[in-house]
Each structure stands twice: as C-alpha cells, then as structure tokens.
Design a protein around this ligand. Structure first.
Ligand code: NAD
Ligand code: MG
Length: 391
C-alpha cells in the first residue's frame, strides 16, 4: 500500500488533497504516515482519524495538550512544533504533499526528498528560497519533484515526451488577481478584503493577496526557472483573465504546447497523486462553446513591480530568492495587519533587497540549507526594521 504524508493538510491545497485521497478509498487505498496543520486542531484530528494516520502534528507547541486530548484513544499519535514536523517528514513515505504556506514548508520537503520520497510540491516558497539545493537534493537521492502549482503542472505536462533542449520559452499565464481592472492610482487604497476577491481560483488567503499584487506570479517565474532549468529571459508572463490556459511551452520550431482546463486545483493535485498514470478526476469539464473566447494582455511592470523584482532576483541568484521571499512574507504580514498599504508591499521588498545586496556580492555556489535559513532570518529583521523606520 502506498505510504503518504500531507504537510499543511488543513489548508486549501491540503483539503483538496484529502478530498482526492478520501474519494480514492482513504485508509483502504493508502497508508497515511503523517498529517500536519496549524491551529485548526478539530479538523486536523478529524482528518487524521479518518485516514488512520500514524501521527498528526500541529505547528504550535502550545497546542499539543489539546491535540493529545482530541486524539486520545484513536491510535493516532500527537506531536507539535516545527521540529516535530521535520521529524514527521523523516518517517518513510512514498508520496509527500508539501502544502504548508511560506518558508516553513522548506525543511519538511527537504527531509522528504532526502529519504527519496516523491514530493508533490505546492509550496513554491521551497523553490524560490532554495531551488538549486532542493533540486540537487532530489537528484542525489533519486527522488522526484512533481509540481502542484497549476502553471507548473501545466508546463510539466506540456513537456512530457519532449526534448528539453528544444524548449525556447515558458509562458506563464496570470489571471491578474482581484485588482487587475482597478485604476493604477486606486491601488494604494486597496484593502485586504479587496485583494481577497479572486476572480477565478479559490485558494488560501496569503496566495490570494499575492495574486492581486502579482508577487505570486513573480514567485512562479522563479519557480519555473528552478524546476525546468531555463534561463531568466526564457520565462514570460501573459495576463489571461479567464485562467483556462494554465501555462504553455514554446519550442524552437515555433510550436507551442498549452495545457487547458477549468481552474480547479484538484486537477494538478490529482495529476501528481496518480503520476505517471492519468486517473479520472472529479473536476468540471471545459465547454469551449460556453467559454466563447479567451483573451490575453501584456502585464504592466509599473502596475506590477513584483515581476521586475523577480527578474532582478533571478539574475542575482545565490541567496536572493531567500531574501525576496522573506521580505515578501514580512510585507504581506504587515499589509494583513493594516500597517502597510497595498502598493507599499513592493517598496518594502525592493528596499530590503537593496539593503541586502549592498552587503552580499553575487555567488555561484549553491547555498546550503543553513545559509538559506540564516538569510531568511536576516531579511525578516531587515524588512521589519525598514518598515518600522518608515511608519
Ligand atoms: P492555506 O493558508 O490554505 O494553508 C496553509 C497550511 O499550512 C495550513 O494547514 C496551515 O495550518 C499550515 N501552516 C501555516 N503556517 C505554518 C507554519 N509556520 N508551519 C507549519 N504549518 C503552517 O494555504 P494554501 O492556499 O493551501 O497554500 C499552500 C501552499 O500551496 C502555498 O505555498 C501556496 O503558495 C501553494 N499553492 C496554493 C494554491 C491554492 O490553490 N491554494 C495554488 C498553488 C500553490
Ligand atoms: Mg499558480
């Protein structure tokens, strides 16, 4: 029986993964090793019992007692804290879903790869902060990384059976997020509520706001470069408001292969769960006649400074991705808390990167995990310091 673990089981991707696993037979079809979650202990315990998991882990040490109470007599062990999550990732599993949000997803994913597990990677932050290290770890242990981000799953599927040397460009589609039709001047007044109204995709709150600012797409550009080993200038972004084409690959004979479907994350999650087979999935089918048309427009780099920053980060390389992600996480925290305006998020990220680039020169060496975590920490302190100075 295939052994699986889900990190970030109680989130949006985690729930969709749980849904597919349950439909496929749950404990009759899979042996569940570990599930992790945050403060939603009732749901974490419920999922762990339903799948008969070996262990359920909450990220919060102070929640251990309550989780133990909820799991008493069920046969599921309870654990808590970041170290316990990492240890849960050391338990042998064949397929591991990485669906924690933020840089906290890096360590469990790295541990799973070091054990040779197939990593279904939703946590794009892992590739933005430590792409070269993550991919090298996978290669060294014969582990497979399967992208779950819809764009990257689309690219992966478009590349199946193709010669990677024939790839000319990767074209990521972007919905444009909740604020894409707002006048530029109005963006600075956008509230959290405004940014959360995504037109097409139902996702966790942080990635939804990142979609409105295009920080999500900026991260995905870096993610694509790391996953598919292309140069920064080979990754393009096009705004496609309908989100029907999930992304495309252009080859050097001028042909383009695109991946299409209704926007539903259960497609890329299910693809990664069943790979290399294509199993039937419970997603809505695309009706072209109903759709009528698909539209496209170029992204405006003045409106979306995050895209320009992503390019600078890719060119600079080294620990720049770790700094970019950490500064973005701080900016997003402050926007959610109401202490930073929507348009100020990119200013804070840019100022943080400039401060760090002034201290660290470019490097060709692949950063270690310790380097990445230290840069994450330094950048968070730098960004918070800059934000405090400006407020
Ligand atoms: P979410 O906020 O809905 O869920 C996040 C999960 O991570 C929850 O289980 C939460 O308890 C856990 N978590 C949060 N902080 C944690 C921490 N510090 N330590 C341990 N666990 C923690 O997020 P989501 O939308 O499901 O996104 C998860 C990841 O997948 C993100 O990296 C996101 O960018 C990526 N992703 C999501 C979607 C989507 O449709 N939701 C699409 C593509 C990629
Ligand atoms: Mg995506």
């Amino acid at each position: 029986m295939r052994r699986i673990s889900i990190f970030g089981a109680t989130g949006s991707i985690g729930e969709s993964t749980f849904d597919l696993i349950t439909r496929a037979g749950g404990p009759q079809a899979f042996h569940t090793v570990a599930l992790s979650g945050g403060r939603n202990l009732a749901r974490l315990a419920q999922m762990a019992v339903a799948l008969r998991a070996e262990v359920a882990v909450t990220a919060h040490e102070d929640a251990l007692g309550e989780l133990q109470d909820r799991l008493a007599g069920t046969g599921v062990q309870a654990a808590a804290g970041a170290t316990a999550i990492a240890e849960a990732a050391d338990r042998p599993a064949d397929w591991v879903m990485s669906a924690i949000v933020g840089a906290a997803g890096l360590v469990p994913g790295m541990r799973a790869l070091a054990h040779g597990s197939t990593l279904a990677l939703a946590n794009k932050e892992s590739l933005v902060t430590a792409g070269p290290l993550l991919m090298a770890t996978a290669r060294a242990h014969g582990a497979t990384v399967l992208p779950v981000d819809s764009e990257h799953s689309a690219i992966f599927q478009s590349l199946m059976g193709e010669d990677s040397r024939a790839v000319e460009r990767i074209i990521l589609t972007a919905s444009g997020g909740a604020l894409r039709d707002w006048p530029l001047e109005a963006l600075q007044n956008a509230t959290v509520q405004d940014a959360l109204a995504h037109p097409n995709w139902s996702m966790g709150p942080r990635i939804t706001i990142d979609s409105a600012s295009m920080f999500n797409k900026a991260m995905e550009v870096i993610e694509a470069k790391e996953l598919f080993g292309v140069r920064p200038d080979q990754v393009e972004v096009i705004i496609h408001p309908e989100s029907i084409i999930h992304s495309m690959v252009g080859f050097h004979d001028g042909g383009i292969i695109a991946h299409l479907g209704m926007p539903d994350m259960r497609h890329p999650i299910g693809f990664a769960l069943n790979y290399p087979e294509r199993a039937p999935l419970p997603v809505a089918r695309l009706d072209f006649a109903k759709l009528g048309q698909m539209t496209f427009r170029a992204p405006d780099l003045i409106r979306y400074p995050a895209l320009r920053l992503a390019h600078e980060v890719m060119v600079a390389g080294g620990l720049s991705g770790a700094a970019f992600n950490a500064a973005k996480e701080v900016a997003l925290d402050q926007f959610i808390a109401g202490s930073l305006g929507f348009a100020q998020m990119s200013h804070l990220v840019e100022a943080s990167l400039s401060a760090l680039w002034a201290q660290f020169g470019p490097t060709d060496a692949i950063p270690t995990l310790e380097d990445v975590l230290a840069m994450d920490d330094l950048t968070r302190r730098t960004a918070r310091g800059l934000a405090a100075k400006n407020s």
